[in-house]
Design a protein around this ligand. Sequence first.
Ligand code: FMN
Length: 304
Amino acid sequence: MDTFNKKKAIAYIFSGTGNTFAAGEMLKQSLSAYSIDLDLYKITNDRKNIPDPNDYDLAFFAYPIHAFNSPQFFLRFVKQIPALQPENAHMPAYIFKTSGEPFRPNNASSFSLCRILRKKGFDAASDMHMLMPYNIMFRYPKAMAKQMYIHTHHMADVLAKEVSEGDKEKLSFNPITVLWAYLLRLQWFGAWVNGPLIKAKPALCTSCGKCAKICPAGNIQMIQKNVNGEVKLLPKFHAKCTMCMNCTMNCPTGAINPGFLTPWKVNGAWDFEKLMADDSIPDNWTDNENARYFKLFRNYYRNN
Ligand SMILES: Cc1cc2nc3c(=O)[nH]c(=O)nc-3n(C[C@H](O)[C@H](O)[C@H](O)COP(=O)(O)O)c2cc1C
């Protein structure tokens, strides 16, 4: 078993609504207990100053599962990072991914990523699936969200321990699950088509420009539009959307409707610090509201 001291690690994180980045922060904390210093790099459309993995001892790659896949935006980014120099070949690359539920089709989401990583010279060393509250479709009850957050903290500790011990998994993916994931890449196409269909309601939009600032894909531009005879600064959405839901979820006035995903719109990010500090919210499965999800999550929590 390999143990090491004072290692430097880099985490390349794509995070739409913040869940995956929050998991990265947990991991950073967990790794510090093993003297591994983790730099968190948030992936955006800006391709300048991408950290070179050759400057590190090990690397993490993290993304939210979108339609049972790694987002195309993320895979394109990974293709652009520098390849490993021969002396660094076989550097371990640890993948962690977040999603809203533990359905089996999520399991093959990293198959393309692993292939890209191997081409870059990495050894894909693990593929950890962490659950975080959904940012689409519906809201989990607060107690459920708390339970998920606590468990992901625990998973970060497990991953940190594995990394510190130099553990590597032999990653393989079920061909049927891979096929299913391939079919659902239709979502990539959907994201481009849907991009320009996203609209901010002029009556609700305050022209604050937050959506344009936080869009990781650089898909939003603030432009002047004529609204009922008045000129107003409004966001314009282009066709580079990754469907991460950051804009719609974090709009302070809930003004943004995400095209054909509007029926699935969820507005308002989780405040995990507040959630954790609130003792009135139970943090276990005995809560009645949580119980109805128990069946769905039972196997995941039993096995992880
Ligand atoms: C377009 C889209 C597709 C999604 N598809 C899945 C999915 O197939 N399976 C799943 O469990 N969660 C799915 N989710 C939920 C996200 O994976 C989950 O909320 C994740 O934690 C978001 O991470 P982020 O905040 O870092 O973007 C989807 C979310 C979006 C926006």
